[in-house]
Design a protein around this ligand. Sequence first.
Ligand code: HEM
Ligand SMILES: *[C@@H]1O[C@H](CO)[C@@H](O)[C@H](O)[C@H]1NC(C)=O
Ligand SMILES: *[C@@H]1O[C@H](CO)[C@@H](O)[C@H](O)[C@H]1NC(C)=O
Length: 321
Amino acid sequence: MASMSNIASLFLVLSLLSLLSFSAKAQLSANFYDETCPNLQAIVRSAMAQAVSNEPRMAASVLRLFFHDCFVNGCDGSILLDDSPTFTGEKNAFPNKKSARGFEVIDAIKSSVEASCEATVSCADILALASRDGVIKLGGPKWTVALGRRDATSASQSTANNDLPAPSSSLSTLISKFAAKGLNARDMTALSGAHTIGQAQCQFFRPHIYNDNNTDPSFATLRQGNCPRSGGDTNLAPLDLHSPNRFGSEYYKNLLGYQGLLHSDQELFSNGTQDGLVWQYSQNRDLFFSDFAAAMIKLGAITPLTGSDGEIRLNCRKVNS
Ligand code: HEM
Ligand SMILES: *[C@@H]1O[C@H](CO)[C@@H](O)[C@H](O)[C@H]1NC(C)=O
Ligand SMILES: *[C@@H]1O[C@H](CO)[C@@H](O)[C@H](O)[C@H]1NC(C)=O
């Protein structure tokens, strides 16, 4: 009898332990590297400050990398992997090809981090921190980045093609692509405010400025000036007409004036369900900032690899050999 109840309680303890280790495994935490890499945050912050002072757009490019990382099998650094003769990564998926940029900055930060904390910090976490620091550098909101992500040993070009939204997406497609990642319509509208910074190529906004009827005519004419009907595919225009290097709520003001650059941008204010929220964000920068920060935390928590899953990549461009 005694031994039976001992076995029963042992079983209970074991199952409690496995429950605990399971939940600990899935959890990211702000102090994950406090003991193992105490200078991590300072290293990333100063490297991003340098990169953004060299080229303000870099804050935007790195932020977009993080979005494109997290939407494809979670925030696992998969977008950072180079293609090779034996490996197909995500860099040549349609949403990334000749468009995703900032990889050299992530490499440089990774080198500095490795010099202080060898084989300790994931590329996925570096990308999460660098994105946040770039936003702050251009005047955006601050938030605490939860850490402890590990790096993928695989990538998926087809998932990148299927899961990332396209600039031609309708409002209902945008809402459903974000919903598939656990982000609601409000998160989607707040995160789209990332287009308060950075640039887009003519090939992505051409259909909107020539074919759509929900554009301010003088804005469409202005943008057509450097984006002909054919040719000039890579010519750039700022996503936010007025202040592409300052993170603020101007993006939403532009939408109210039908001056969104991408079809997908203007979809958020075109007699649809997000019109009211766009109007609120345009009037209330603090509301936009707090919703953006909250949504970035949700974006950063999409199915990370944790515990002993994945690896700590030594070079962000390739899996460890
Ligand atoms: C809602 C759906 C979205 C669509 C359809 C979309 C699409 C695009 C496109 C087509 C570009 C221009 C790329 C190029 O010309 O090379 C772009 C740029 C950018 N996107 Fe998005 N995006 C979306 C959401 C987001 C989100 C959620 C974020 C981040 C939280 C983001 C951050 C950026 C940034 C910062 C840029 C400028 C990048 C640079 O200047 O290098 N986007 N996006
Ligand atoms: C604008 O285009 C949309 C769809 O392309 C159409 O449903 C709508 O009626 C058009 N509006 C005007 C004012 O022409
Ligand atoms: C939105 O609705 C208003 C009022 O009905 C209409 O004048 C306008 O053309 C609509 N805009 C779009 C983009 O469909």
